[in-house]
Design a protein around this ligand. Structure first.
Ligand code: NAD
Length: 297
């Protein structure tokens, strides 16, 4: 059996189209342009690429993009003052502080200083608590993207066994909360899990979010399961060229799974699409406007 390839790139394009259509409606009906502010501290090359890409796609969706680039040695007070200014700015509906921050800055303190209503990354403790208690939250973008792909693939997820490999605050834990919200039976596996292959073999849905190249082989996958590969790992390929691989060994897993996301072109493009979706959702909530359908949990 060869799995259906879940085309995250194409699905993300449909999410961005829905966002752009809703932005156009908001502009027409209320004269409001949703705005996203991205704060980058330092010159991490990967972060610079992400921030550029976020800004470009924000503008393409018809929204306003505000970029704030600060030096790597910026002190905490300066960063907190900028966030306070963005919190108070009515033209800014979403605020994202690009992680990781330089080591001298306290990421938790910085994230928790963002107005939770503008926290489009969904990392503020208020949003974590709202999501954990099944209330309306801003939902972290990568797990939200995975959920959208799963709902599209399965329709209802109710009663399915889901195994999430990885327990990070950014992916694993919020992913588990979202799957519980959709009535899956959820297991969260991690570096101390005993007999991981046996745990994964129980899963109708496998979410791999570890950061270890191709660690999940096809013989861990239950035949017909849906595999969502969040991992993005750079490995050396032929001729010394680097290539991207996921946390799942795609070549063997595609022979067993019912459906699988590739890397690249699976979960990756969904993350920024969901950031745009969260920004338009935040704008609607702030202004008492109708929220776009199907763009949140
Ligand atoms: P993280 O390092 O914060 O967490 C990794 C998790 O994996 C930890 O909870 C750890 O317990 C678990 N783990 C480590 N070794 C393990 C093992 N041998 N067996 C089982 N579990 C193990 O990473 P993260 O931020 O959650 O990211 C995970 C991966 O997802 C990375 O490759 C990252 O680049 C990628 N990622 C992709 C996107 C995207 O947009 N597609 C977004 C975020 C992260």
């Amino acid at each position: 059996m060869t799995a259906t390839i879940i085309d995250g790139k194409a699905f993300a394009a449909t999410v961005r189209e829905k966002v752009a259509a809703h932005v156009a409606r908001i502009k027409d009906a209320a004269g409001i342009t949703p705005g996203l502010a991205v704060v980058l501290v330092g010159e991490d090359p990967a972060s610079q690429v992400y921030v550029r890409s976020k800004g470009k796609q924000t503008v393409e969706a018809g929204m306003a993009s505000f970029e704030h680039k600060l030096d790597a040695d910026t002190d905490e007070a300066t960063l907190l003052a900028l966030i306070a200014q963005l919190n108070a700015d009515p033209t800014v509906h979403g605020i994202l502080v690009q992680l990781p921050l330089p080591a001298h800055l306290d990421s938790d303190l910085v994230i928790n200083s963002i107005d939770p209503a503008k926290d489009v990354d969904g990392f503020h403790i208020s949003n974590v608590g709202l999501l954990g208690t099944g209330q309306k939250a801003m939902v972290p973008c990568t797990p939200l993207g995975c959920l959208m792909l799963l709902r599209h693939q399965h329709g209802s997820l109710s009663g399915l066994n889901a195994v999430v490999i990885g327990r990070s605050n950014i992916v694993g834990k919020p992913m588990a909360m979202l799957l519980l919200g959709d009535s899956c039976t959820v297991t969260v596996a991690h570096s101390r899990t005993k007999d991981l292959p046996a745990v994964v073999r129980q899963a109708d849905i496998v979410i791999a979010a570890v950061g270890r190249p191709e660690m999940v082989p096809g013989d861990w996958i239950k035949p017909g399961a849906t595999v969502i590969d969040v991992g993005i790992n750079r490995v050396e390929g032929e001729g010394g060229k680097t290539r991207l691989v996921g946390d799942v060994d795609f070549a063997s897993a595609v022979e067993v799974a019912g459906a699988i996301t590739p890397v690249p072109g699976g979960v990756g493009p969904m993350t920024i699409a969901c950031l745009l979706a969260n920004t338009v959702t935040a704008c609607c909530r702030a202004n008492g406007l109708e929220e776009p359908e199907g763009l949140t949990a």
